[in-house]
Design a protein around this ligand. Sequence first.
Ligand code: GAF
Length: 375
Amino acid sequence: MRVVDAFRESFGTEPQGVWHAPGRVNLIGEHTDYNDGLVLPFAVPWGVTAAVSPREDGVVRLRSLQAAEPGGVETVEDLERAAGWARYAVGVFWALREEGHPVRGADLVIDGDVPQGAGLSSSAALEVAVGTALNDLYGLGMTKMEVAQVAQRAENDFVGMPCGIMDQAASALAEEGRALFLDCRSLGSRNVPFDLAAHGLRLLIINTGVRHELADGQYARRRRDCEEAARRLGVAALRDVTDLAAALGRLSGDERRRTQHVVTENHRVEAVIGLLRAGAVQEIGALLNASHLSLRDQFEVSCPELDVAVEAAVRGGARGARMTGGGFGGSAIALVAEDRVQAVQDSVVLAYAERGWARPEIYPAVPAAGARRLR
Ligand code: GAF
Protein backbone atom coordinates (compact mmCIF):
# COMPACT_ATOMS: atom_id res chain seq x y z
CA MET A 1 0.00 0.00 0.00
CA ARG A 2 1.40 3.34 -1.12
CA VAL A 3 0.48 5.16 2.08
CA VAL A 4 2.23 2.50 4.18
CA ASP A 5 5.39 2.67 2.05
CA ALA A 6 5.40 6.45 2.46
CA PHE A 7 4.90 6.12 6.22
CA ARG A 8 7.90 3.76 6.49
CA GLU A 9 10.00 6.08 4.36
CA SER A 10 9.07 9.17 6.43
CA PHE A 11 9.08 7.80 9.96
CA GLY A 12 11.20 4.64 9.73
CA THR A 13 8.54 2.41 11.35
CA GLU A 14 5.32 0.58 10.48
CA PRO A 15 2.12 2.58 11.02
CA GLN A 16 -0.06 1.18 13.75
CA GLY A 17 -3.04 1.17 11.41
CA VAL A 18 -4.56 2.46 8.17
CA TRP A 19 -8.00 4.10 7.89
CA HIS A 20 -10.12 5.30 4.99
CA ALA A 21 -12.96 7.82 4.88
CA PRO A 22 -14.88 8.69 1.69
CA GLY A 23 -16.08 11.92 0.11
CA ARG A 24 -19.79 12.29 -0.68
CA VAL A 25 -22.36 13.47 -3.15
CA ASN A 26 -25.71 14.65 -1.95
CA LEU A 27 -28.66 13.10 -3.78
CA ILE A 28 -31.04 15.71 -2.40
CA GLY A 29 -31.52 17.96 0.66
CA GLU A 30 -29.24 20.93 -0.09
CA HIS A 31 -28.59 23.73 2.40
CA THR A 32 -31.03 22.05 4.75
CA ASP A 33 -28.53 20.60 7.25
CA TYR A 34 -27.84 23.84 9.14
CA ASN A 35 -31.60 24.49 9.18
CA ASP A 36 -32.14 21.33 11.28
CA GLY A 37 -33.56 19.71 8.14
CA LEU A 38 -33.31 16.50 6.11
CA VAL A 39 -30.51 15.31 3.82
CA LEU A 40 -29.90 12.26 1.64
CA PRO A 41 -26.21 11.99 0.70
CA PHE A 42 -24.17 8.91 -0.16
CA ALA A 43 -20.46 8.18 -0.08
CA VAL A 44 -18.39 8.13 -3.26
CA PRO A 45 -15.67 5.58 -4.04
CA TRP A 46 -12.95 8.22 -3.55
CA GLY A 47 -11.68 9.55 -0.27
CA VAL A 48 -8.75 9.90 2.09
CA THR A 49 -6.56 7.08 3.37
CA ALA A 50 -4.45 7.73 6.47
CA ALA A 51 -1.60 5.65 7.90
CA VAL A 52 -1.25 6.61 11.55
CA SER A 53 0.71 5.84 14.73
CA PRO A 54 0.11 7.61 18.05
CA ARG A 55 2.85 9.64 19.80
CA GLU A 56 3.15 10.26 23.50
CA ASP A 57 4.77 13.71 23.27
CA GLY A 58 1.78 15.64 21.89
CA VAL A 59 3.55 16.46 18.60
CA VAL A 60 1.69 15.93 15.29
CA ARG A 61 3.89 15.07 12.30
CA LEU A 62 2.10 14.90 8.96
CA ARG A 63 2.81 14.31 5.33
CA SER A 64 0.40 14.41 2.39
CA LEU A 65 1.13 12.54 -0.83
CA GLN A 66 -0.82 15.28 -2.63
CA ALA A 67 1.09 18.23 -1.15
CA ALA A 68 3.05 20.56 -3.41
CA GLU A 69 6.20 19.17 -1.78
CA PRO A 70 5.17 15.51 -1.55
CA GLY A 71 8.23 14.39 0.44
CA GLY A 72 7.90 17.02 3.15
CA VAL A 73 6.91 16.14 6.70
CA GLU A 74 5.34 18.96 8.64
CA THR A 75 5.95 18.98 12.39
CA VAL A 76 3.25 20.70 14.42
CA GLU A 77 3.97 21.31 18.09
CA ASP A 78 1.50 24.16 18.57
CA LEU A 79 -1.78 23.12 16.88
CA GLU A 80 -2.84 26.73 16.27
CA ARG A 81 0.18 27.25 14.03
CA ALA A 82 -0.79 24.59 11.47
CA ALA A 83 -1.52 26.05 8.02
CA GLY A 84 -3.26 25.09 4.76
CA TRP A 85 -4.57 21.54 4.31
CA ALA A 86 -2.95 20.47 7.59
CA ARG A 87 -5.51 22.52 9.54
CA TYR A 88 -8.27 20.05 8.62
CA ALA A 89 -6.29 17.18 10.14
CA VAL A 90 -4.85 19.08 13.09
CA GLY A 91 -8.28 20.58 13.82
CA VAL A 92 -9.51 17.12 14.76
CA PHE A 93 -6.80 16.80 17.45
CA TRP A 94 -7.82 20.25 18.67
CA ALA A 95 -11.56 19.41 18.77
CA LEU A 96 -10.96 16.11 20.60
CA ARG A 97 -8.76 17.81 23.20
CA GLU A 98 -11.36 20.60 23.60
CA GLU A 99 -13.91 17.91 24.41
CA GLY A 100 -11.64 16.48 27.07
CA HIS A 101 -10.41 13.37 25.25
CA PRO A 102 -6.93 12.16 26.21
CA VAL A 103 -5.49 12.60 22.71
CA ARG A 104 -1.76 13.30 22.51
CA GLY A 105 0.18 13.34 19.23
CA ALA A 106 0.51 11.19 16.12
CA ASP A 107 2.53 10.55 12.99
CA LEU A 108 0.33 10.55 9.89
CA VAL A 109 0.68 10.05 6.16
CA ILE A 110 -2.35 11.07 4.12
CA ASP A 111 -3.24 9.90 0.60
CA GLY A 112 -6.34 11.28 -1.11
CA ASP A 113 -7.99 10.54 -4.45
CA VAL A 114 -11.11 12.75 -4.38
CA PRO A 115 -11.15 14.59 -7.73
CA GLN A 116 -9.87 18.14 -7.27
CA GLY A 117 -12.36 20.98 -7.27
CA ALA A 118 -15.28 18.58 -7.59
CA GLY A 119 -16.95 19.69 -4.36
CA LEU A 120 -17.13 16.09 -3.16
CA SER A 121 -16.06 16.89 0.41
CA SER A 122 -12.42 15.92 0.46
CA SER A 123 -12.07 18.06 3.59
CA ALA A 124 -14.75 16.09 5.47
CA ALA A 125 -13.07 12.88 4.29
CA LEU A 126 -9.75 14.05 5.74
CA GLU A 127 -11.31 15.07 9.06
CA VAL A 128 -13.29 11.85 9.41
CA ALA A 129 -10.32 9.65 8.46
CA VAL A 130 -8.22 11.31 11.16
CA GLY A 131 -11.10 11.24 13.68
CA THR A 132 -11.77 7.55 13.07
CA ALA A 133 -8.07 6.72 13.42
CA LEU A 134 -7.70 8.64 16.70
CA ASN A 135 -10.93 7.13 18.05
CA ASP A 136 -9.48 3.65 17.50
CA LEU A 137 -5.88 4.37 18.49
CA TYR A 138 -6.74 6.15 21.72
CA GLY A 139 -9.70 3.86 22.53
CA LEU A 140 -12.09 6.81 22.82
CA GLY A 141 -15.22 4.69 22.28
CA MET A 142 -16.99 7.33 20.19
CA THR A 143 -19.88 6.39 17.91
CA LYS A 144 -19.61 7.16 14.20
CA MET A 145 -21.93 10.11 14.66
CA GLU A 146 -19.76 11.43 17.48
CA VAL A 147 -16.73 11.21 15.18
CA ALA A 148 -18.71 13.17 12.58
CA GLN A 149 -19.59 15.81 15.17
CA VAL A 150 -15.97 16.20 16.25
CA ALA A 151 -14.97 16.54 12.59
CA GLN A 152 -17.64 19.21 12.09
CA ARG A 153 -16.41 21.05 15.18
CA ALA A 154 -12.86 21.02 13.77
CA GLU A 155 -14.15 22.54 10.52
CA ASN A 156 -16.44 25.11 12.23
CA ASP A 157 -14.22 26.28 15.06
CA PHE A 158 -10.66 25.50 13.95
CA VAL A 159 -10.75 25.88 10.15
CA GLY A 160 -13.48 28.53 10.35
CA MET A 161 -15.98 27.18 7.79
CA PRO A 162 -19.54 27.24 9.27
CA CYS A 163 -20.70 24.01 7.57
CA GLY A 164 -23.53 21.78 8.77
CA ILE A 165 -23.19 18.11 9.70
CA MET A 166 -24.06 16.50 6.34
CA ASP A 167 -20.63 15.93 4.81
CA GLN A 168 -18.97 14.53 7.93
CA ALA A 169 -22.00 12.36 8.74
CA ALA A 170 -22.06 10.94 5.21
CA SER A 171 -18.36 10.15 5.36
CA ALA A 172 -18.66 8.49 8.77
CA LEU A 173 -21.98 6.61 8.45
CA ALA A 174 -22.53 5.76 4.79
CA GLU A 175 -22.97 2.18 3.65
CA GLU A 176 -22.25 0.52 0.33
CA GLY A 177 -25.26 0.47 -2.02
CA ARG A 178 -27.24 2.80 0.22
CA ALA A 179 -27.96 6.48 0.71
CA LEU A 180 -27.92 8.02 4.18
CA PHE A 181 -31.24 9.55 5.23
CA LEU A 182 -30.30 11.91 8.05
CA ASP A 183 -32.44 14.13 10.22
CA CYS A 184 -30.02 16.92 11.10
CA ARG A 185 -31.99 17.89 14.21
CA SER A 186 -32.38 14.56 15.98
CA LEU A 187 -29.29 13.14 14.22
CA GLY A 188 -31.35 10.00 13.68
CA SER A 189 -30.29 8.27 10.47
CA ARG A 190 -31.16 5.33 8.29
CA ASN A 191 -29.31 3.84 5.36
CA VAL A 192 -31.85 3.35 2.57
CA PRO A 193 -31.25 1.00 -0.37
CA PHE A 194 -30.18 2.95 -3.44
CA ASP A 195 -29.50 0.29 -6.04
CA LEU A 196 -29.33 2.10 -9.34
CA ALA A 197 -28.17 -0.83 -11.43
CA ALA A 198 -31.21 -2.89 -10.42
CA HIS A 199 -33.35 -0.20 -12.05
CA GLY A 200 -31.19 0.16 -15.17
CA LEU A 201 -29.99 3.58 -13.99
CA ARG A 202 -26.69 5.38 -13.49
CA LEU A 203 -25.89 8.44 -11.48
CA LEU A 204 -23.33 10.60 -13.24
CA ILE A 205 -21.18 13.16 -11.45
CA ILE A 206 -20.39 16.08 -13.72
CA ASN A 207 -17.38 17.91 -12.32
CA THR A 208 -17.48 21.48 -13.61
CA GLY A 209 -13.87 21.94 -12.49
CA VAL A 210 -14.64 25.47 -11.31
CA ARG A 211 -14.91 26.89 -7.83
CA HIS A 212 -15.95 30.52 -7.72
CA GLU A 213 -14.14 32.69 -5.23
CA LEU A 214 -17.28 33.87 -3.48
CA ALA A 215 -18.19 30.37 -2.26
CA ASP A 216 -17.12 30.64 1.39
CA GLY A 217 -18.44 34.14 2.07
CA GLN A 218 -21.73 33.38 0.34
CA TYR A 219 -22.17 30.15 2.30
CA ALA A 220 -21.91 32.04 5.59
CA ARG A 221 -24.34 34.68 4.25
CA ARG A 222 -26.92 32.08 3.30
CA ARG A 223 -26.68 30.64 6.77
CA ARG A 224 -27.23 34.05 8.29
CA ASP A 225 -30.23 34.72 5.98
CA CYS A 226 -31.83 31.48 7.17
CA GLU A 227 -31.19 32.18 10.84
CA GLU A 228 -32.56 35.69 10.47
CA ALA A 229 -35.70 34.40 8.70
CA ALA A 230 -36.26 31.81 11.44
CA ARG A 231 -35.88 34.50 14.10
CA ARG A 232 -38.39 36.74 12.35
CA LEU A 233 -40.85 33.85 12.10
CA GLY A 234 -40.37 32.95 15.76
CA VAL A 235 -39.22 29.38 15.08
CA ALA A 236 -36.06 27.63 16.25
CA ALA A 237 -35.07 26.78 12.67
CA LEU A 238 -36.63 26.91 9.18
CA ARG A 239 -37.29 23.19 9.63
CA ASP A 240 -40.15 24.24 11.91
CA VAL A 241 -42.12 26.22 9.32
CA THR A 242 -45.41 24.35 8.86
CA ASP A 243 -47.48 26.91 6.95
CA LEU A 244 -45.24 28.03 4.10
CA ALA A 245 -47.72 30.45 2.54
CA ALA A 246 -48.24 32.26 5.83
CA ALA A 247 -44.49 32.36 6.49
CA LEU A 248 -43.76 33.78 3.04
CA GLY A 249 -46.41 36.46 3.66
CA ARG A 250 -44.38 37.66 6.65
CA LEU A 251 -41.03 37.77 4.87
CA SER A 252 -39.52 39.65 1.97
CA GLY A 253 -36.40 39.71 -0.22
CA ASP A 254 -33.61 37.23 0.44
CA GLU A 255 -35.16 35.84 3.60
CA ARG A 256 -38.36 35.03 1.75
CA ARG A 257 -36.52 33.23 -1.06
CA ARG A 258 -34.23 31.29 1.29
CA THR A 259 -37.22 30.14 3.34
CA GLN A 260 -39.08 28.99 0.27
CA HIS A 261 -36.12 26.87 -0.77
CA VAL A 262 -35.42 25.28 2.62
CA VAL A 263 -39.04 24.37 3.37
CA THR A 264 -39.74 22.92 -0.08
CA GLU A 265 -36.38 21.12 -0.17
CA ASN A 266 -37.21 19.26 3.04
CA HIS A 267 -40.46 18.10 1.42
CA ARG A 268 -38.56 16.99 -1.66
CA VAL A 269 -36.27 14.85 0.49
CA GLU A 270 -39.31 13.20 2.06
CA ALA A 271 -40.85 12.65 -1.37
CA VAL A 272 -37.64 11.05 -2.66
CA ILE A 273 -37.48 8.79 0.39
CA GLY A 274 -41.09 7.76 -0.27
CA LEU A 275 -40.29 6.88 -3.88
CA LEU A 276 -37.13 4.96 -2.94
CA ARG A 277 -39.15 2.95 -0.41
CA ALA A 278 -41.72 2.22 -3.09
CA GLY A 279 -38.96 0.99 -5.41
CA ALA A 280 -39.65 3.83 -7.85
CA VAL A 281 -36.09 5.18 -8.20
CA GLN A 282 -36.71 6.18 -11.81
CA GLU A 283 -39.40 8.61 -10.61
CA ILE A 284 -37.15 10.83 -8.51
CA GLY A 285 -35.85 12.78 -11.51
CA ALA A 286 -38.50 15.50 -11.40
CA LEU A 287 -37.64 16.18 -7.76
CA LEU A 288 -33.95 16.53 -8.63
CA ASN A 289 -34.87 19.06 -11.33
CA ALA A 290 -37.10 21.00 -8.94
CA SER A 291 -34.32 21.05 -6.35
CA HIS A 292 -31.95 22.57 -8.88
CA LEU A 293 -34.38 25.30 -9.90
CA SER A 294 -34.98 26.15 -6.27
CA LEU A 295 -31.23 26.34 -5.55
CA ARG A 296 -30.74 28.47 -8.65
CA ASP A 297 -33.64 30.88 -8.23
CA GLN A 298 -34.53 30.91 -4.53
CA PHE A 299 -31.33 30.04 -2.73
CA GLU A 300 -29.09 31.58 -5.44
CA VAL A 301 -26.10 29.30 -5.03
CA SER A 302 -25.79 27.96 -8.57
CA CYS A 303 -23.54 29.36 -11.31
CA PRO A 304 -23.52 29.23 -15.13
CA GLU A 305 -21.30 26.13 -15.25
CA LEU A 306 -23.70 24.18 -13.00
CA ASP A 307 -26.80 25.43 -14.81
CA VAL A 308 -25.41 24.50 -18.22
CA ALA A 309 -24.39 21.03 -16.95
CA VAL A 310 -27.89 20.42 -15.57
CA GLU A 311 -29.73 21.76 -18.63
CA ALA A 312 -27.53 19.87 -21.08
CA ALA A 313 -27.89 16.64 -19.08
CA VAL A 314 -31.68 16.90 -19.13
CA ARG A 315 -31.65 17.82 -22.82
CA GLY A 316 -29.51 14.75 -23.47
CA GLY A 317 -32.15 12.56 -21.84
CA ALA A 318 -31.30 12.48 -18.11
CA ARG A 319 -34.31 11.68 -15.93
CA GLY A 320 -33.25 14.50 -13.63
CA ALA A 321 -30.23 16.57 -12.67
CA ARG A 322 -29.16 19.09 -10.07
CA MET A 323 -26.17 20.80 -8.56
CA THR A 324 -24.86 18.98 -5.49
CA GLY A 325 -23.08 20.37 -2.43
CA GLY A 326 -22.60 23.98 -1.42
CA GLY A 327 -22.74 25.46 -4.94
CA PHE A 328 -20.81 28.16 -6.86
CA GLY A 329 -18.99 25.42 -8.75
CA GLY A 330 -18.10 21.85 -7.89
CA SER A 331 -20.31 19.14 -9.34
CA ALA A 332 -23.76 18.44 -10.69
CA ILE A 333 -25.37 15.00 -10.64
CA ALA A 334 -27.57 13.46 -13.29
CA LEU A 335 -29.80 10.40 -12.99
CA VAL A 336 -29.62 8.60 -16.32
CA ALA A 337 -31.03 5.42 -17.85
CA GLU A 338 -28.15 3.14 -18.86
CA ASP A 339 -28.90 3.43 -22.57
CA ARG A 340 -28.78 7.24 -22.33
CA VAL A 341 -25.41 7.62 -20.63
CA GLN A 342 -23.48 8.34 -23.81
CA ALA A 343 -26.08 10.82 -25.10
CA VAL A 344 -26.07 12.72 -21.79
CA GLN A 345 -22.28 12.86 -21.67
CA ASP A 346 -22.12 14.06 -25.28
CA SER A 347 -24.73 16.72 -24.61
CA VAL A 348 -22.85 18.12 -21.62
CA VAL A 349 -19.45 18.01 -23.31
CA LEU A 350 -20.87 19.78 -26.37
CA ALA A 351 -22.57 22.48 -24.29
CA TYR A 352 -19.26 23.24 -22.56
CA ALA A 353 -17.31 23.21 -25.83
CA GLU A 354 -19.79 25.64 -27.42
CA ARG A 355 -19.06 28.11 -24.64
CA GLY A 356 -15.32 27.64 -24.87
CA TRP A 357 -15.21 26.10 -21.36
CA ALA A 358 -12.81 23.33 -20.36
CA ARG A 359 -14.24 19.85 -20.85
CA PRO A 360 -15.94 18.70 -17.62
CA GLU A 361 -14.98 15.36 -16.13
CA ILE A 362 -17.90 12.95 -15.90
CA TYR A 363 -17.87 9.78 -13.80
CA PRO A 364 -20.52 7.31 -12.68
CA ALA A 365 -21.03 7.15 -8.90
CA VAL A 366 -21.95 4.01 -7.03
CA PRO A 367 -22.76 4.42 -3.30
CA ALA A 368 -19.66 3.37 -1.36
CA ALA A 369 -18.95 2.39 2.27
CA GLY A 370 -18.29 4.94 5.02
CA ALA A 371 -15.20 5.38 7.20
CA ARG A 372 -13.40 2.21 8.27
CA ARG A 373 -10.12 0.68 9.33
CA LEU A 374 -8.35 -1.00 6.43
CA ARG A 375 -5.60 -2.71 8.47
C1 GAF B 1 -21.48 22.19 2.12
C2 GAF B 1 -21.53 22.09 3.64
F1 GAF B 1 -20.33 21.64 4.13
C3 GAF B 1 -22.65 21.15 4.11
O1 GAF B 1 -22.76 21.18 5.50
C4 GAF B 1 -23.99 21.54 3.45
O2 GAF B 1 -24.52 22.69 4.07
C5 GAF B 1 -23.84 21.74 1.95
O3 GAF B 1 -22.75 22.61 1.64
C6 GAF B 1 -25.09 22.28 1.32
O4 GAF B 1 -26.12 21.37 1.41
O5 GAF B 1 -21.13 20.96 1.56
